[in-house]
Design a protein around this ligand. Structure first.
Ligand code: PRP
Length: 195
């Protein structure tokens, strides 16, 4: 496995929050390679179309930013922020829009960009909501997917990594709003959320 502290031969900046990480599950280099692979598939599938990338804030910011730059064909960017009513770490499927798209997507080819699909409830709601706006097509790309999400009937065309049911942070994913800026995906030490 590649060194998680190095990206394409260049050492990554260290972060005091690295000490809270029990194990690196996906290194920055693995994320970059997978992003290029997904971008190549998307470029091929949208060879004659210009997708509207819809990033779901805040978790998807890093993936949205890297994926959009990895695409070699034209695309545009939109963002949505949604809040899921739920207890603690579990989402309930009841979703509220905090920030909506800035424009009409009727007739557009929408590609939802997610960092992680956990229960699949957020995405299930989002797919229904965006489909009701009459786009030409709606597809989903997610960097991470947990096995639980497979039980929910959400069609996800592009998946980066299937990961175990563990609490992960980094590369957009937070615990109490921290750790989003770590360049890799890691497992948090239980002492951090227990204490
Ligand atoms: C995360 C993630 C997905 C959602 C997935 O967002 O970015 O949008 O949860 O969970 P689900 O599949 O169980 O519905 P979160 O609500 O934590 O907000 P954030 O992106 O701002 O951290």
């Amino acid at each position: 496995m590649s060194d998680p502290s190095v990206l394409q031969g260049v050492p990554l900046p260290t972060n005091p929050l690295d000490a809270d990480i029990e194990a690196v599950l996906i290194s920055a280099e693995q994320i970059a390679a997978k992003t290029d692979e997904l971008a190549a598939r998307i470029d091929a599938d949208y060879a004659d179309r210009e997708p509207v990338l819809v990033g779901v804030l805040k978790g998807a910011v890093m993936f949205m930013s890297d994926l959009s730059r990895a695409l070699s064909r034209p695309s545009t960017m939109e963002f949505m922020a949604v809040s899921s009513y739920g207890s603690g770490t579990q989402s309930s499927g009841v979703v509220r829009i905090l920030k909506d798209l800035d424009r009409d997507i009727a007739g557009e080819d929408v590609l939802i960009v997610e960092d992680i699909i956990d229960s699949g409830l957020t995405l299930s709601w989002l797919l229904k909501n965006l489909t009701s706006r009459n786009p030409a097509s709606v597809e989903v790309v997610t960097l991470l997917r947990k096995p639980e999400a497979i039980k929910v009937d959400v069609p996800v065309k592009y998946v980066g990594f299937d990961i175990p049911r563990e609490f992960v942070v980094g590369y957009g994913l937070d615990y109490a709003e921290r750790y989003r800026n770590l360049p890799y995906i890691g497992r948090l030490r239980p002492a951090v959320y227990a204490g």
